[in-house]
Design a protein around this ligand. Structure first.
Ligand SMILES: Nc1ncnc2c1ncn2[C@@H]1O[C@H](COP(=O)(O)OP(=O)(O)OP(=O)(O)O)[C@@H](O)[C@H]1O
Ligand SMILES: [Mg+2]
Length: 263
């Protein structure tokens, strides 16, 4: 991205999150600082329970930090906003609506004229290759297809930031590879700032410009690795020597944290 001006889009400042429950307090995050640049693709990896989803939920505005704050374009995040689109592992589609209706939902909420809503929805349905299924209901689709609808729906809202929590986690390896490739293509066409959580180090290295490794709970940022592999990337990138080197390095660090949890 030579020559492009880089601007901070998301600031995570000294974020701490405690959950208070009947069995005591869990410190999920403690002292997380991170700047994410506009149009950047950041992947977050770390052992289970290290606070990845907690951080995403704070960025989405679904949870409040106990202390510290997160900002979008310098403004503190409180509550949800269409500027921040979220895709979870379990596709949250409306079962009573067709693919087209699900994807049109966001533009309709913005009170755009119906023809325009349809045009926007169809553009993103095409983008995820589901143009032949726009009249289908979620129950008539496979898991991968439903997740594609969820991604199309997130894009149709035209968010400035996409927050994705293991969006491909429930899919088989082939579907997952296909959706990774589609997501890469989409990101290159229509750059959005992406914050993407995954357990899969391969996936993180394939997609991200930077991989953020979190430490075992309470979650902190352990290290940030620049993925200096040029785009466009595709599944063949996974056999590049540099890919394998970065993957081994990150995998080892995540494994060390996993061992910490097991101690
Ligand atoms: N709503 C909640 N109430 C109480 N504790 C919670 C809540 N949500 C998360 N936690 C705790 O906070 C810690 C971090 O959880 P979080 O879901 O953020 O981890 P994660 O890194 O996303 O894990 P995974 O990789 O398994 O999805 C865990 O110890 C979890 O038990
Ligand atoms: Mg999680």
């Amino acid at each position: 991205m030579a020559g492009e001006e880089r601007r901070v889009k998301i600031q995570i400042k000294a974020v701490k999150k405690e959950y208070r429950g009947d069995h005591g307090t869990t410190v999920a995050l403690n002292g997380v600082d991170l700047d994410i640049m506009e149009n950047e693709f950041v992947c977050v990896v770390g052992p289970s329970g290290c606070g990845k989803s907690t951080l995403l939920n704070i960025l989405a505005g679904l949870h409040e930090a106990s202390s510290g704050e997160c900002c979008l374009d310098g403004e503190a995040i409180h509550g949800t906003d269409v500027k921040r689109g979220v895709v979870f592992q379990q596709y949250a589609l409306f079962p009573w609506q067709t693919v087209l209706q699900n994807v049109m939902f966001g533009p309709q909420m913005k009170r755009l004229p119906k023809a325009e809503c349809m045009e926007i929805a169809r553009k993103y349905i095409r983008m995820v290759g589901l143009e032949d299924f726009e009249g289908s209901f979620p129950k008539e689709l496979s898991g991968g297809m439903k997740q594609r609808v969820a991604i199309a729906r997130a894009y149709a809202n035209d968010p400035e930031v996409l927050l994705m929590d293991e969006p491909f986690g429930a899919l088989d390896a082939q579907t997952r590879a296909q959706l990774q490739t589609e997501l890469l293509k989409t990101w290159e066409e229509e750059k959005k700032t992406c914050f993407f959580i995954t357990h899969d180090v391969d996936e993180a290295v394939l997609l991200a410009q930077r991989v953020v490794i979190m430490s075992a709970r309470p979650g902190r940022i352990k290290r940030i690795v620049d993925i200096d592999i040029p785009y466009p990337r595709d599944q063949a990138t996974k056999s590049d020597a540099r890919f394998m080197e970065l993957k081994a390095q990150i995998w080892n660090e995540v494994y060390q944290e996993y061992l910490e949890v097991r101690k």
